[in-house]
Design a protein around this ligand. Structure first.
Ligand SMILES: Cc1cc2nc3c(=O)[nH]c(=O)nc-3n(C[C@H](O)[C@H](O)[C@H](O)COP(=O)(O)O)c2cc1C
Length: 181
């Protein structure tokens, strides 16, 4: 039987995928993120103005979006419960990174895929800002790709967020293919 619930938590109908947003050398997990346009390639992330990430946005021309595997859930929880205002998360959590190529920023070595984005727009919606970036470059772990650039469901165990401190991943045995004839 359905019931009604507190509207304040309307977004609790999980799961969401998690992306880690890199601005300069700071990393912040985001569950609210989405592709916006294919041509030009645009990607959006919702950032609360309370975040240090938001505060330092004006100092940076771009940002990175890092997609991680489930085995990184502990790191994600740490990055999401601390602020770059108080600590240097990269050294505190010994995050392996390499420099982005087209913008000044970092790519997480553990990511199976990542985008480098140039800031394109910033719009306020309620209590969050939609940061839109133009994707300049896509990093992907080739071993995790099938033909047609599809992600291999047997290789990629993406980290999914189920609210509060709960993370899980997919079971590739549930994959079903539905052909349109
Ligand atoms: C799984 C997860 C998803 C999150 N999603 C978002 C999000 O989409 N937008 C946001 O503003 N904060 C989100 N947060 C909260 C920030 O990641 C958190 O406040 C972080 O400590 C901010 O870091 P900063 O102050 O260094 O920017 C999320 C946290 C977690 C753990």
């Amino acid at each position: 039987m359905h019931t009604t619930t507190d509207l304040e938590k309307f977004y609790y109908l999980f799961p969401q995928t998690v992306a880690v947003i890199g601005v300069g050398k700071n990393l912040m997990p985001a569950a609210w993120h989405t592709p916006i346009s294919a041509k030009p390639p645009l990607y959006g992330v919702l950032i609360s103005p309370k975040r240090y990430t938001y505060e330092i946005l004006p100092e940076h021309e771009g940002f990175t979006v890092n997609f991680l595997l489930k085995d990184q859930a502990d790191l994600i929880a740490k990055l999401g419960s601390t602020s770059g205002r108080d600590i240097d998360k990269l050294s505190e959590f010994r995050v392996a990174i390499r420099n982005a190529e087209k913008i000044e920023g970092v790519i997480m070595s553990a990511s199976y895929g990542a985008y480098e984005c140039r800031k394109y727009a910033l719009h306020e919606y309620g209590d969050h800002f939609l940061l839109i970036g133009q994707v300049l470059s896509i990093h992907v772990n080739r071993e995790m790709l099938l033909e047609q650039n599809l992600i291999d469901e047997n290789m990629v165990k993406p980290v999914l967020y189920f609210g509060k401190d709960r993370y899980l991943t997919i079971n590739p045995d549930t994959l079903s293919i539905h052909k349109k004839d």
